[in-house]
Design a protein around this ligand. Sequence first.
Ligand SMILES: [Zn+2]
Length: 298
Amino acid sequence: MEQKKIDLKNCPWCNQNDLEKELNLKDYFLTFEDFQILKCNSCGLLFTSPKPTQDCIGAYYQSENYLSHQDAKKSFTATLFNAVKKRNTKLKYKVAVKNKNTGHHLDIGCGIGDFLFYTQEKGWDVSGIEVADSARKIAEKKIGKQILLPDQILELGDQSFDLITMWHVLEHVADLHSQIENLYRLLKPNGRLVIALPNFKSWDAQHYKSYWAAYDVPRHLYHFDRETIVNVISNNSIRLEKIVPMKWDAFYVSLLSEQHKKSKLAYPKAFINGLRSNFNAKRTGEYSSLIYIFSKSS
Ligand SMILES: [Zn+2]
């Protein structure tokens, strides 16, 4: 059944209406419905249109295959995903935590809680937010405390977190403005905000075009590059500190993209294209996924 969607006539960030079409593509992951990626000529943001209504968005996540929400190891791709995730957890911690201090950590879109569990083990006082019921329950078991629903972010106290992380989550949130207001509100002075996002300027994105798996429409509502994320997040007190690549994502995203294309020899092709993407990014900085570390002034 086709879900209810709204054609966007204005930019979801700056509300201007000078838009142009970047790409026609499909939801290759689940519904095979058609979508477009539009570009706002005022602020540069790329976004998905039509946008599913809040009532219907859940239907686009209803798949046993939505890997970030499962713990079981079934297919080879899932096994690979889980192996990469384990390695990534260590890398994420190293990147997110400066000077190995502990404090209060909030992981927004914590999924099944692997990263929270890791920071908790390292001595952090952790809180998590997750929309998916099944993932939330797994996370609660893992860390032994309640995980909040997205609306409950309002219940969290002002300036209560030293570290807020969003691993491939900001591109999913329905209301970008209110989400970012909450991030500003929750972060302590000297706190860090860590946001990981796919990068459509990467070699693999340019290579796979509409098949690039990290467009992941309509689940990804926005498509950021370095310029637009800094534009959206930075203000007088929050500044970009550094950008760190997630090199594994080039391989994984290439593999999913090959699968979208139904190509033969998906694995060797994805491996080669992952290498090409990372090699190219050595020069340009445009890796398949990037971690942006913002810090709040004291
Ligand atoms: Zn705009």
